[in-house]
Write a protein that binds this ligand. Structure first.
Ligand code: ADP
Ligand code: MG
Length: 307
């Protein structure tokens, strides 16, 4: 299996303000912060391209499911360092973040982990024509917010992007609970979703669309993708935007991403159409790459899982 590099491997563009690792500190006068969680003193302040880890200020309901994975840094002494953009997209951009405890003067930095931060933009730059279809069957409780979104006011835009971020976070949690391979959802904070970074070191895993695989390598990739669809169907949902662009391949393992539009198949009047489109996209892609898969029979199999 190889990756089609010229078009594919997401490249990191470092923002001019960023520092390249979490151990560097700014030239502001060091102060000492006491970490109530791990009892550590932190001698540094965040520098350019850094912030304090947002983890301690996030309410527990906006954190990922417990138990928290052992690799996740939860120390209040940690900094978030923006390492670059993984990908700019229609609705938002994905950044690579390192969350780590900087060197406390002992000469070695503390634990760190890499996270993907998906930041949603406002209404005007995003593909919100499609949102009405997806929202059918979902209840909109706060009518003041709903009216603000409809008016397209700046308040409405921030509510809308926050809703997408929250919807994606909830969908990731739901998928995670259903055993679907998704990046672990770390937290949601306003318009930003933080999740596990899928990749090798700082290089993001390729999308399925970028992978050049032989026929015998395609088969397990299809089987895993179908298992993902089956798990969604058993939970009564469809991804809603499934394609070779929203499936990452990491060490031969398929991980599904980009879930904000997760569709409740029974509640959404177009639910079955979304499911059908997901299966068709996937089967067409595999068939075009030499592994014939008949969308209609797989669709029937998924419908049988729904009810
Ligand atoms: N958790 C992640 N780990 C690694 N790369 C990611 C992750 N999430 C997103 N990406 C990269 O960012 C791209 C855009 O993310 P995605 O969620 O599909 O947003 P959109 O398609 O709406 O812009 C993906 O195709 C993938 O290359
Ligand atoms: Mg996508």
């Amino acid at each position: 299996m190889s990756v089609d590099t010229p078009v594919t491997t997401p490249t990191l563009t470092s923002p001019s303000t960023s520092t390249s690792n979490s151990t560097s500190t700014s030239n502001t006068t060091p102060s000492t912060a006491f970490d109530e969680f791990d009892g550590a003193f932190n001698p540094a302040e965040p520098g350019d391209g850094q912030r304090w880890s947002t983890w301690p200020s996030i309410t527990p309901s906006e954190r990922g499911p417990q138990p928290y994975p052992s690799w996740l840094v939860t120390s209040a002494a940690a900094f978030d360092t923006e390492l670059g953009i993984v990908k700019t997209g229609k609705e938002g951009d994905v950044f690579l973040i390192e969350r780590g405890v900087p060197d406390d003067g002992s000469g070695s930095p503390g634990p760190s982990c890499l996270l993907a931060a998906k930041r949603y933009r406002g209404l005007e730059t995003s593909d919100f024509h499609r949102s009405a279809q997806y929202q059918e069957g979902r209840r909109m409780r706060n009518t003041r917010d709903t009216r603000a979104i409809a008016r397209g006011s700046s308040y409405g835009r921030s509510v809308a992007s926050g809703r997408w971020a929250f919807a994606e976070f909830e969908a990731l949690c739901r998928a995670h609970a259903a055993g679907v391979p998704v990046p672990y959802p770390v937290q949601v904070n306003s318009t930003e979703v933080l999740m596990e970074f899928i990749g090798d070191g700082r290089t993001a895993a390729p999308r399925l669309a970028q992978v050049r695989a032989r026929r015998d390598e395609l088969e397990p990739l299809f089987d895993q993708t179908f298992e993902i669809m089956r798990s969604f169907a058993r939970a009564g949902v469809a991804h809603g935007d499934l394609s070779a662009y929203n499936l990452l391949v990491h060490d031969g393992r398929v991980v599904v991403i980009d879930l904000p539009q997760l569709v409740d198949v029974a509640a959404n009047p177009g639910g079955l159409d979304f499911l059908h489109r997901d299966v068709t996209n996937v089967c067409t892609w595999f068939s075009r790459h030499g592994l014939d898969r008949d969308a209609e029979s797989f669709f029937a199999e998924l419908v049988a899982e729904l009810w």
